[in-house]
Design a protein around this ligand. Structure first.
Ligand code: LMR
Length: 399
């Protein structure tokens, strides 16, 4: 017999409360703060020395070309813009660009690529476990759980020593079971800024290959760390070592097209036939979730990569963003020996050794908005804000 409660039809009013994403909450909190001196080092967007997130000149030019030449907005299909994915191959895959066991398709941002990659894994192996080094991007866990996969955490970063716990990482990989998935940050680790160096990648890749693990590389900041090729070396090493590799790529940052949501998913398997089958599944999952990715941003990126004079100019604009990131890092690092580690890290993020209460006190007293974890967007700071920010952080560290 059904109880009265079970029998009652459930309506939307029965929905439980949901804890909304903390980073998105932080954007709203910061926007609502009326203090003109507020400092937003929360969500990861590049800002120039004046605190603006400009549209790249190559993208503006590509959009002009798009406006003048686009003749139809008819559907492209669930793989999106195929030429876009083709032109990304040398950028992302380097020496593996011509490997026909690797196929890629356009996705709505890196987040869409992650979801799609995990959907593929759940389709073939619903019992796969996903090894995740902590801390990681706060949206990784919800995406992995959403597809029903189990997550196994291992400690990646030591907050007190401000360095990678490489031994713990290697130990976790050596304990993993064949078929387990290893989620790795390709470069510019989010949230710590602590990347594996070339030697560490070279150590990790054969362990992954020998143990039959599936590496899944999240590469959302290519070009923001050391350079376009340098930042992809870890991924390319895995492509050399392993038969099966998945990569979720994003152009949102390195082409500065954030809200246009431009990304791609690349899949390598042991044979062209298997890759074709995997991509058929991926296309079907994409069709179920978003049918087709939005076109505009990917079309603009495609035009940049397909137009020699724009293709030549893009690395320069990217280098200017990277140089600013690194110069802000050096300014912060030189302010206090306890912040020196920030000068040796990569990409937009680093973590401060602050408690949640200290982070909240910085918000309250100094209108400084960073994630509760102590993660801050280095390049969220305008040139004029760097000294005030570091002074407030040093004061918090001294307290
Ligand atoms: C971030 O971590 O701030 C970015 O990747 C933006 C996001 O979607 O969370």
């Amino acid at each position: 017999m059904l109880s009265e409660t079970d029998a009652r039809a459930r309506g939307l009013a029965d929905l439980p409360e949901v804890q909304s994403d903390l980073l998105l909450q932080l954007i709203a909190l910061c926007n609502a703060d009326p203090r003109p001196e507020k400092i937003d080092v929360g969500v990861g967007v590049f800002r120039d020395g004046h605190g603006n997130t400009p549209i790249l000149k190559v993208i503006k030019e590509a959009e002009r070309i798009l406006l003048e030449t686009q003749e139809t907005k008819s559907y492209l299909g669930s793989a999106g813009d195929k030429r876009f994915a083709e032109l990304l191959r040398p950028v992302l895959l380097g020496e593996h660009a011509d490997d026909d066991r690797i196929a890629g398709l356009q996705t709505p941002g890196g987040c869409g690529a992650l979801r799609l990659g995990f959907e593929l894994i759940a389709t073939v192996n619903p019992n796969a476990r996903v090894l995740v080094g902590t801390p990681t991007w706060p949206n990784h866990a919800p995406i992995i759980r959403a597809v029903g996969l189990q997550m196994i955490e291992y400690p990646y970063y030591d907050r007190d020593a401000c360095s990678i716990r490489f031994d713990a990482m290697v130990a976790a990989l050596k304990e993993a079971r064949a078929g387990d998935v290893v989620l790795l940050h390709g470069c510019c680790h989010n949230p710590t800024g602590a990347d594996l160096d070339d030697g560490q990648w070279a150590e990790v890749a054969p362990i992954i290959a020998e143990r039959g693990l599936l590496p899944f590389v999240d590469i959302a900041y290519q070009g923001f760390g050391r350079g376009l090729d340098e930042d992809a070396r870890g991924l390319r090493g895995l492509l050399s070592a392993c038969d099966e590799v998945i990569a979720a790529q994003s152009c949102d940052k390195n082409f500065s097209v954030y809200r246009d949501r431009v990304g791609s998913l690349f899949v390598k398997t042991g044979s062209t036939d298997t890759t074709a089958r995997a991509m058929a599944h991926v296309g079907q999952r994409a069709r179920e979730m978003w049918s087709m990715p939005p076109d505009h941003g990917a079309a603009a990126v495609r035009i940049v990569l397909d137009t020699p004079k724009l293709r030549q100019r893009w690395p320069g604009e990217l280098a200017a963003m990277r140089d600013r990131i690194n110069s802000v890092r050096q300014r912060i690092a030189s302010a206090d020996p306890r912040l020196a580690y920030i000068g040796n890290q990569f990409g937009m993020f680093s973590m401060l050794p602050l408690s949640r209460d200290q982070v909240l006190a910085l918000r309250e007293r100094h209108a400084i908005y960073m994630a509760d974890s102590g993660r801050f967007n280095v390049v969220g700071l305008s040139d004029a804000q760097v000294d005030r920010f570091t002074a407030a952080v040093v004061e918090a560290l001294d307290a």
